[in-house]
Design a protein around this ligand. Structure first.
Ligand code: SAH
Length: 409
């Protein structure tokens, strides 16, 4: 016999964007499944009511903060009165079915988290990028939807998919690139890079990210600007201002965090003076990331209740120094020294001289997060000698304090 249709594609749902602002959305159940659905409902401005005898601490916290209303009881028929949208997310399929049946009768679109095909709505895999929502539905293959969503969002972030439908407003973004590994920049930082017309990059910024930039992007290497340090900064400031004034979106890509010994605020002030708009994107600072990547926590309960980040840019006693080394020597917690490798002997000495125990543990971490990362553990008494012996070179972070003596597994 001849059959009319052989290759049946599954019926795909109708993808819509719901305007839920101020509208009643009822979520039955308050476990981890419900919890995952709540942030997007709340972001959409829905008037969310959760019905469940028990809730996860996160849902409870949302209720306490007044972000949603939690009815601490079992679901009962009539709960969907006046609702625009419902999610049945209890661990009991019978309850979910009852919610689904009421929703059907009331004509409220309802997601069945236990049995997607039985509901009248399905939650797409959603991704967000720069004010854009991407939703993916695959007709019952959630893993596929998630994979596609992830790939799309990644492509948007890296600029593989060009989203410059609207021109980017000229200006400067001071972006902290993190300690060096390409994937330790923030999502926002990456997004800024994808929009850049010009990137002015520092020596310690994650340079791998430059490979992702389109051919139209002008890359200016700040490390290659001749002149001395002060003049160099002046040239960078001028470059940022001139490019922005020429209508470009300029990303100033820095290592770590732009405001931690990164001269970022000088650049902000210079731009502000010329009326150039600046946004700042904080970064993961090497001061905390380098210790973490060498298994040193900068604080630890019962061990260190303070952490002070210090620049070793000028030696102790130098008239330009703003650091009170004798006071630092009296602290019991953690000292993190940056730019301190070359003068480590002087720093160790001044600390011991003013009272820090010479047996205090010390960790030194070089080129953290890169393929060349190296670290050593020693003491204040021996650190200078060990740094020399092991030929530790900048960039490196020096961590002084009992935390440097802790060992992980
Ligand atoms: N703004 C940067 C710090 C700039 S000062 C930040 O927040 O990380 C430069 C110093 O940072 C270096 O001398 C070194 O002490 C430290 N540093 C930067 N990157 C590093 C890395 N990958 N590993 C170890 N230390 C690093």
């Amino acid at each position: 016999m001849h059959t009319a249709t052989t290759d049946q594609t599954p019926q795909l749902p109708y993808l819509a964007g719901l305007n839920l602002t101020g509208r009643r959305a009822v979520v039955v159940g308050a476990g981890t499944v419900a919890q995952r659905r709540l942030p997007r409902l709340l972001n959409a401005g829905a008037a969310v009511e959760v019905i469940a005898p028990e809730a996860t601490p996160a849902v409870e916290a949302l209720a306490e903060a007044g972000e949603l209303v939690w009815h601490r009881r079992e679901y009962r028929s009539g709960d969907l009165d006046g609702a625009w949208y419902a999610i049945a997310a209890t661990s009991d399929p019978e309850v979910n079915a009852a919610v689904g049946a009421e929703a059907e009768q009331q004509r409220v679109f309802c997601v069945r988290s236990d049995h997607a095909a039985a509901g009248t709505a399905v939650t797409p895999a959603v991704g967000e990028h720069d004010g854009l929502l991407v939703g993916v539905l695959s007709g019952g293959k959630p893993r596929r939807s998630i994979a596609v969503r992830d790939a799309l969002v990644e492509a948007l972030r890296t600029g593989t998919v060009d989203v410059h439908a609207e021109p980017v407003a000229p200006g400067v973004a001071l972006v902290g690139g993190g300690p060096g590994a390409a994937d330790l920049i923030t999502v926002r930082g990456r997004r800024m890079l994808a929009k850049a017309d010009v990137v002015v990059v520092d020596r310690l910024a994650p340079r791998e990210l430059l490979e992702e930039l389109g051919p139209h992007v002008e890359v200016i290497d700040a490390a290659k600007i001749p002149y001395g340090r002060a003049a160099n900064q002046e040239v960078i400031n001028r470059t940022l201002i001139e490019k922005a004034q020429a209508g470009k979106f300029v990303v100033r890509l820095k290592g770590g965090d732009p405001y931690l010994f990164g001269r970022g605020f000088e650049e902000l002030l210079a731009c502000a003076e010329e009326g150039v708009p600046v946004t700042v994107v904080p970064g993961i600072t090497s001061a905390f990331a380098a210790p973490a990547l060498a298994e040193v926590p900068v604080t630890h309960r019962g061990v260190a209740h303070e952490v002070v980040v210090v620049s070793g840019h000028v030696p102790p006693g130098d008239p330009r120094s703003l650091v009170d080394w004798p006071s630092l020597a009296r602290l019991r917690g953690t000292l993190v020294l940056l730019m301190a490798v070359q003068r480590i002997e002087q720093f160790a000495e001044v600390l011991v001289q003013h009272g820090r125990d010479a047996a205090t543990p010390v960790a030194v971490v070089q080129e953290a997060s890169t393929g060349a990362q190296r670290s050593l553990r020693t003491t204040l008494a021996k650190v200078a000698e060990e740094v020399r012996q092991h030929e530790i070179k900048p960039p490196a972070v020096v961590v002084i304090g009992p935390v440097a003596g802790l060992r992980g597994a």
